[in-house]
Design a protein around this ligand. Structure first.
Ligand SMILES: N[C@@H](CCC(=O)N[C@@H](CS)C(=O)NCC(=O)O)C(=O)O
Length: 209
């Protein structure tokens, strides 16, 4: 297996954290988005939508979409379980993961892609849209703060892929989208400090070449 990865981006980082939590390592190939390597014909031939991450299996099968990749890896490396053990828990973790993707990752990523000067190589930028997405992201942070007042982790009482999705987003938001977990969000801050201190989360930070 080979993982096509990129250092700073939140989606591939989800897969790196997932693997690290399981104590698994697989070879990775870094794709430099800022240099447009994901648009090279060789990469497009492998991954037609030109996104990262992508997992190439030994028989040449290509899996895209972070959660689909994690689902595959969860089957290969079942422990520790990060995606649910029974019908209800699987559904609940999926529900929260999808919320994290649509309500958190999407606005926070859009705030970067449409506002940050460095993202101009990736996006036809509409700054007003990006700033409106920043506000949507901030509202989602406030919503999560309320959720985390009543439960320790995003999907309930244990750490899961939903937390991995959220911590990648929150740390990305602080780094490049100017969205911050302030003292006014004490429950989100407690969660971000705790999850951010996990060895798998810390070790997954890679700097760009
Ligand atoms: N839904 C996909 C999203 C993948 C994605 O958009 N990845 C970004 C990096 S985080 C990317 O490849 N961007 C390339 C581009 O913007 O052209 C997933 O969950 O993996």
């Amino acid at each position: 297996m080979k993982l096509y990865d990129t250092p700073m981006a939140p989606n591939p980082r989800r897969v790196r954290i997932f693997l690290a939590e399981k104590g698994a390592t697989i070879p990775t190939v870094d794709v430099n988005l800022m240099k447009g390597e994901h648009r090279n014909p060789e990469y497009r031939a492998l991954v037609p939508n030109g996104r990262v991450p992508a997992l190439v299996l030994d028989d040449g099968t290509v899996l895209c979409e972070s959660i689909a990749i994690c689902r595959y890896l969860e089957s290969l490396y079942p422990e520790p379980n990060l995606m649910g053990v029974d019908a209800l828990e699987i559904a609940q973790i999926d529900m929260w993961t999808r919320r994290m993707e649509f309500e958190l990752m999407m606005p926070v990523a859009s705030a970067f892609r449409h506002v940050h000067p460095a993202a101009a190589v990736l996006e036809n930028q509409f700054k007003d849209f990006g700033l409106s997405m920043k506000k949507v992201g901030e509202k989602s942070y406030a919503y999560l703060d309320k959720i985390l007042a009543d439960q320790p982790y995003i999907a309930g009482d244990r750490y899961t892929i939903a937390d991995i999705s959220a911590i990648c987003t929150v740390q990305f938001g602080a780094a490049v989208s100017d969205i911050h977990v302030t003292e006014a969000l004490p429950h989100l801050k407690r969660w971000a400090d705790e999850v951010g201190a996990r060895p798998a989360v810390k070790s997954s930070l890679k700097s760009a070449a």
